[in-house]
Design a protein around this ligand. Structure first.
Ligand code: GDP
Ligand code: MG
Length: 177
């Protein structure tokens, strides 16, 4: 089964980043365990999840780190980013402020992260189209300007979640192999 001690060709670390409440923890639980929580409370301590993924003929163990609510106080330490090859930078399409803060998060990623880190911008909560505050085109244009990938997801409806993580992992694999 999918256990930590399985044989794998390599390990990679990736981080989740973005404002509190955008859905980072639910994206991760959806990807790692196919679970969603309506009442998700901020976690205590750094959370990890991992999943084995086959890319080409390689078995990759992806360790994904989730914040433990420190993002609320902008108190994420550099150790969170250390060694990370990828990042999912998440905003909430129904909350303009979470989109406006992307610049700050990118700045932090570029300050503390690897210079060649693969960043995928994720506009989450696409199921809430009726209260959308950020157009899909805006997300796309922002990502193009920053030279990063972009995808809209719904952790609730399990839309594009797998694709967003896989896009990041596949890109990392391309760069490192
Ligand atoms: P985090 O603070 O970024 O880790 O965000 P959470 O994963 O804790 O989610 C914050 C809130 O948004 C919770 O009430 C979730 O149930 C809700 N949520 C997360 N993802 C989605 C989504 O795709 N659609 C909807 N409608 N709600 C979501
Ligand atoms: Mg969380």
């Amino acid at each position: 089964a999918d256990s930590f001690y399985d044989e794998c060709d390599y390990l990679l670390k990736a981080v989740l980043i973005g404002d509190s409440g955008v859905g980072k923890s639910n994206l991760l639980s959806r990807f790692a365990r196919d679970e969603f929580r309506l009442d998700s409370k901020p976690t205590i301590g750094v959370e990890f999840a991992y999943r084995n993924i086959k890319v080409g003929d390689k078995l990759i163990k992806a360790h994904i780190w989730d914040t433990a609510g420190q993002e609320r106080f902008r108190a994420i330490t550099s150790s969170y980013y250390r060694g990370a090859l990828g990042a999912l930078l998440v905003f909430d399409i129904t909350r303009r402020a979470s989109f406006d803060n992307l610049k700050k998060w990118l700045h932090e990623l570029r300050e503390f992260g690897n210079s060649d880190m693969v960043i995928v911008l994720v506009g989450n909560k696409s199921d809430l189209g009726y209260s959308r505050e950020v157009g899909e085109e805006e997300g796309r244009i922002f990502a193009e300007k920053e030279g990063i990938c972009f995808m809209e997801t719904s952790a609730l409806e399990n839309l594009n979640v797998e694709e967003a993580f896989l896009q990041m992992i596949t890109k990392i694999h391309e760069i490192t192999s």
